[in-house]
Design a protein. Sequence first.
Length: 431
Amino acid sequence: MTRPPTSPPASAPAEASTQAQVPAPPPDRPVVRADSRVGLPELSIVPDGDEYVVGDPATGQFVSLPEIGVVAIRALSADVTIAQAAVPVSAAAGEDVNLVEFVATLLECGLVRSLDGVLVGPAAPARESRWLARIRPEHARILFGPVAWTLYAAALCWSAGVWLVDGQYRPALEDVLFYPDPLVCMAVLFPVTTGLAMAHEVWHWLAARALGVGARISTGRRAFFFVLQTDLAALWSLPRRRRLGPLAAGVAFDALVLGVALAVRVAGARWGIAPLLDRFLAAIVLRQTIVIGWQLLVCVRTDGYLLISTALGCRNLLDTAKLHVRSRLYRLTPAQAATLAGTPPHERRVAAWYGPLLVAGVAFLALLFVNYWVPAMAISGAWIGWGIAGAPWGSRAFAEAAVPALVMLVQFLAPAAVAVRDRRRARRGVR
């Protein structure tokens, strides 16, 4: 999912002399001086409320700046020294500004390509695969025009209408066992659901492609679940309204699959359909319903959260809401209090009513974990252990226990592996 732009401590030129210099950097970090010349990448500058979102779409690095910060960016782009660029910036601000410190902050945020002719910017992102690069924006737009969005909305409304009118099509947990042999159910559903999850992310990617911006699919973690995710950070180079489509694209795909599966079931009940196919489609309906419901959770970075946050003009609503709730329950640390105080007033106001939704969502996840996930894993683990211990090696009974054991092991280890990877990346300062 998309990554909100950061608000660095010194994101705007600070009041000071143009000759002021930042503290000595570590040996491996270039020194920013008043006589330095700065090379900036092709930065996008997009108005966003009272501020501007400035960043490099190629690397996905974005920051939030006031208007004077944009003036500084444009002055630095004129191939002059920092001291020379500070002259028009100070005139616009009506006071001296510390442009050296501002450039040091841009450098820390990965928005400086070169300093005094030496490359210092972040490494170029990995190139897209050839088959993805062949998909042109005008081709992707077919899937996200007015007709397509009407179809997605109609599929969702159709599904809700079917459930309201005829209860036999409402999903139930037992629908996952569409075949008498659980091993067959798992062997079929695991690749199918994995493919649907990948298609969900590809739909995000296609929607971004339709707008001419890049995206990257990777793995991640939401609470205790392993997920595929699409980095849509480059959407910050677009106006807020245009960001909404790519954020909603994944749920649109899920709604389409849900509607088609239900339509085939309803048509099959009238004109005839193989019972096995009907039960398989019921399993797909269950899966799609769970996925759409999950995306509506607002206590983690789901599609629903990102849509709400973007529509309300917030940049990091979840973290702001967490700090707001913590400030009501505990005493914030000085760093946390400074972070909350530095958040835009509009976002703090939204966080005030978003906080109860966050608490309710966390409570729901805790209930789900304790009452469903842990018992399901415990019962499945006991059944698997009994099957492996009591079945001859290589027999069908052994396979019926070993295959679910492998799937459970992946479900346990994948989120932990992602958490370890993300922690290591955070220590190295890598996305």
